[in-house]
Design a protein around this ligand. Structure first.
Ligand code: C5P
Length: 298
């Protein structure tokens, strides 16, 4: 049965991301890895609802998604309550329609956390400035700050130092093999390598808007190590190549692998083809305006 939000609810669409480029610069003393990455918002994703309530609660239509305090939605609420004593006793009832696969490398949980910050700003009539929101987002996770901006962005540091890039009108086919990946595990599998495309080469290719040029400059330093432990990654890569994808790469820590399509029709054909080694779907790259986390009244 589909979810019927209570009166005066807010709703927000949560488009996920892929990493078109991910270079690991070094392992830092704090255990994180210094990155040069290009985040890209893509169409589709979850819907998060919020309504005023006496307590903080989260429900979800999908099994296997934690709805306790470990979920970034409730963690976001707790951060607001610590920072703003006037809302410390305030509640909110969240409902999550989960569409982005978990353990996919698409920031599905992170965009929920960023969306919760936006929803609660409205619901609890708070006025955090951009810097405060970005700080809270970075506390929630390395790629949460990106989702406050969305679109296309270069990420430095552990992913939280952002500068916007122009968006290329690219279409992709995504495949989620029947296995999820834990982000911490993926980073521990990192195998340092020499060479590879530079960030300058990648941003120049992206600026051309040509999928073939972008394909030639894709990079993900996490893929080699993750694929060494999970044969599904290589199988998915091969399948996308057999469908004529102009470039193929794992996103973030995996396990989703994306294939760059020539155009929308090609992306949809690949997604509809039989024999995919997992769930396949087509999506397109979103601009910052299209990916903005804007709460709507329902
Ligand atoms: O920041 P977040 O909680 O999403 O990161 C999850 C895990 O991924 C971290 O505990 C860390 O092991 C790893 N990570 C990393 N370097 C990054 C981002 C994440 O090593 N830049």
């Amino acid at each position: 049965m589909s979810y019927v939000p209570p009166p005066r609810s807010l709703r927000i669409a949560c488009p996920p991301k892929i990493n078109l480029y991910l270079r690991i610069v070094r392992r830092r003393d704090d255990g994180y890895h210094e990155l040069a990455t290009v985040f890209q918002s893509v169409s589709g994703g979850d819907i998060l609802y919020a309504t005023e309530a006496d307590e903080l609660i989260l429900t979800c239509d999908a099994e296997g998604v934690p709805t306790d305090e470990s979920n970034l939605v409730l963690k976001a609420a707790r951060l607001f309550q610590e920072r703003y004593p006037e809302v410390a006793m305030q509640g909110a009832a969240f409902h999550l329609e989960k569409r982005t696969p978990v353990g996919a490398g698409m920031g599905g949980g992170s965009v929920n956390g960023a969306a919760a910050l936006r929803l609660l700003t409205e619901l609890w009539a708070l006025e955090p400035d951009g810097e405060e929101l970005a700080q809270m987002a970075a506390q929630l996770g390395s790629d949460v700050p990106f989702f406050l901006e969305g679109g296309t962005a270069l990420g430095g540091g552990r992913g939280e130092e952002l500068s916007p890039l122009p968006t290329a009108p690219l279409w992709l086919t995504l495949v989620r093999p029947p296995v999820g990946v834990n982000t911490g595990w993926a980073y521990r599998q990192w195998i340092p390598t020499e060479g590879g495309s530079t960030i300058e080469a990648f941003t120049a290719a992206l600026a051309s808007g040509d999928p073939v040029q972008v394909a030639g400059a894709l990079r993900n330093d996490l893929e080699l190590g993750v694929a060494a432990g999970l044969p599904e990654i290589e199988a998915t890569r091969k399948w996308l190549q057999s469908q004529g994808a102009v470039g193929v790469m794992m996103t973030g820590s995996g396990s989703v692998v994306f294939g760059l399509a020539r155009d929308q029709r090609h992306a949809e054909e690949m997604a509809a083809a039989t024999g995919a080694p997992g769930t396949a779907w087509a999506c397109r790259c979103l601009t910052r305006e299209e990916a903005a986390l804007v709460p709507q009244r329902v």
